[in-house]
Design a protein around this ligand. Structure first.
Ligand SMILES: [Zn+2]
Length: 202
């Protein structure tokens, strides 16, 4: 079973989930991500060495990967041009002894792990980059700090997310519910202090 999803959409979701996650991770977390990254971009060399050195190497590589991913995902949310993708490998002519002919081959140029990961994400964004968005819902108010009126309007959730369809503009059902709630409150021109909602049927 795949750890990063079987479809391109699921794999892009895997990227977004990881880009969004806060560091630090625990050592087993990093190792987990290392295996997932292998699945995403093909094998990477893990050096021989003491366990701590290997762990550092893995973290360093993955942190680099996540940083690059974050840039690309952010560019996608802004619909900016995404540059720096790896070039496709140049074809080579290989002698086919059985057929006594040259054949064109695209050899896998043992690219670095990071480069391959970049290429993979490029493919995913070509397929589903239009669904990479930032949530347009009003931000959740910090607990314990009840703001009133205009102050409450300030800020958006702004979380990066992968929409399931083009019309989706909120990252979660909670954000959708909050938006509906705020709109309702604004429309009713109620006093700034929101009253507890009465049960209503419709
Ligand atoms: Zn949101």
């Amino acid at each position: 079973m795949s750890r990063i999803g079987n479809t391109l959409w699921e794999q892009l979701k895997w990227v977004l989930d990881n880009v969004d996650r806060e560091l630090p991770r625990s050592d087993p977390d990093w190792l987990n991500l290392w295996f997932e990254a292998h699945e995403f971009a093909g094998p990477a060399d893990t050096p021989d060495g003491r366990a701590e050195e290997v762990q550092l190497y893995i973290q360093h590589n993955l942190a680099d990967m996540l940083e690059t991913f974050r840039h690309m995902i952010d560019f996608a949310t802004w619909r900016h041009r995404i540059t720096g993708l790896p070039r496709p490998p140049a074809p080579e002519l290989a002698w086919d002894a059985a057929a006594q002919r040259y054949r064109k081959e695209f050899r896998d140029r043992s690219e670095s792990f990071g480069t391959r990961a970049l290429g993979e994400l490029g493919e995913l964004l070509e397929a589903y980059g239009h669904l990479v968005k930032r949530c347009q819902a009003p931000a959740r108010l910090k607990p314990g700090r009840k703001k009133k009126g205009a102050a409450a309007e300030a800020g958006l959730c702004n979380k990066r997310f992968l929409a399931t369809r083009e019309t989706q503009i909120y990252c979660s059902s909670a954000c959708l519910a909050r938006t509906v709630e705020r709109k309702k409150a604004a429309r009713s021109k109620a006093p700034a202090r929101p009253a507890r909602k009465k049960k209503q049927t419709n």
